[in-house]
Design a protein around this ligand. Structure first.
Ligand code: HPA
Length: 299
């Protein structure tokens, strides 16, 4: 039935106000949801993991090398989204490197999958409430700097957020951290030194550089890569930056490692494809696993 203009406007107002109120509640609820997920994991896991290792595209093999593994599907964990990308399993594997218990995320959540950055980084809120303070973020990245070749490992010394979004947007929950967190030394200087030491001892070449994150999922254009290079970035990808911001918001210490899986667009006269990204990631995984083991033993 046709309603009066006045009634329609009232309904619109009610609709939008309710939406804002619901959003408010949802954001305030994150802490309680994370607590619920952390309690669930605490009951499942053999111990509180010392570190969380996030495995990027094609880099999932590390989780399979853990001893005394316990795997939990993301779908089982309360409030966790499901991973939708090929090359990402979508499960958390908890196990041991020597006597150190770690939790490895086989697959992460990306902004380009349609999740909000708050949803995509929710698992870090859970990790923090579970008692984890150390985070290792790995990713597959395109090499912008001409010294970076496919297969190279790069220690992230800093990042540039080109996602035009921030996971801390919205209400701040002081139980997690401050409204305006500092990102100087977002990638822990002591962890960086320790990773370089470990790499040198193992004879694994480890480059050092700045990682720029874009929304994706399309790869960049050559013109975009020229722009990003002029900004001071050495590698480019579609993840890690939101996770680092959220981890630092909660005072967690972060180590970032990129596996260069391809030369970024226009660096070579070659198109980029995801299958190649996965393949090179898988080839580099052996070196990455050795490095991760050595780093974890030293953390
Ligand atoms: N660009 C963005 N993300 C990527 C790339 C790239 O070239 N390679 C792997 N992830």
């Amino acid at each position: 039935m046709l309603r009066s203009r006045h009634e329609l406007i009232l309904n619109w107002k009610r609709f939008f106000m309710e939406d804002a109120r619901e959003k408010d509640i949802r954001e305030k609820d994150t802490y309680e949801k994370a607590l619920e997920a952390a309690r669930f994991l605490r009951a499942k896991l053999p111990a509180i993991p010392e570190a969380l290792v996030v495995l990027g595209s094609g880099l999932g093999a590390f989780a399979d090398t853990l001893e005394r593994r316990v795997a939990v599907d993301y779908r089982q964990i309360p409030h966790l989204p499901a991973s939708t990308v090929v090359g990402h399993y979508g499960r958390q594997v908890c196990g041991y490197v020597g006597d150190r218990c770690v939790a490895a995320m086989q697959g992460r959540f990306h902004f380009y999958e349609g999740y909000s950055l708050q949803q995509a980084t929710f698992y870090l809120r859970v990790a923090k409430l579970l008692g984890i303070e150390k985070v290792i973020l790995t990713n597959a990245a395109g090499g912008i700097d001409p010294t970076l070749a496919p297969g190279d490992l790069m220690l992230i010394e800093d990042h540039i957020n080109l996602m035009a979004a921030n996971p801390l947007q919205g209400l701040n929950d002081e139980r997690f951290g401050a409204r305006f967190p500092d990102l100087t030394d977002a990638y822990d200087p002591a962890y960086r030194a320790l990773a370089q030491e470990a790499a040198a001892q193992l004879g694994i070449p480890l480059k050092v550089g700045v990682y720029a994150a874009l929304l994706g999922p399309s790869y960049e254009t050559p013109a975009e890569i020229r722009m990003i290079r002029s900004f001071g970035a050495h590698a480019v990808g579609m993840s890690t930056v939101p996770e680092t911001i959220v981890a630092r918001h909660m005072g967690m210490r972060v180590l970032g490692l990129s596996c260069i899986t391809n030369s970024a667009a226009g660096v070579l006269d070659q198109p980029i494809n995801h299958d190649e990204v996965l393949e090179v990631g898988q080839q580099a995984a052996t070196r990455l696993i050795a490095l991760l083991n050595a780093v974890i033993a030293r953390m």
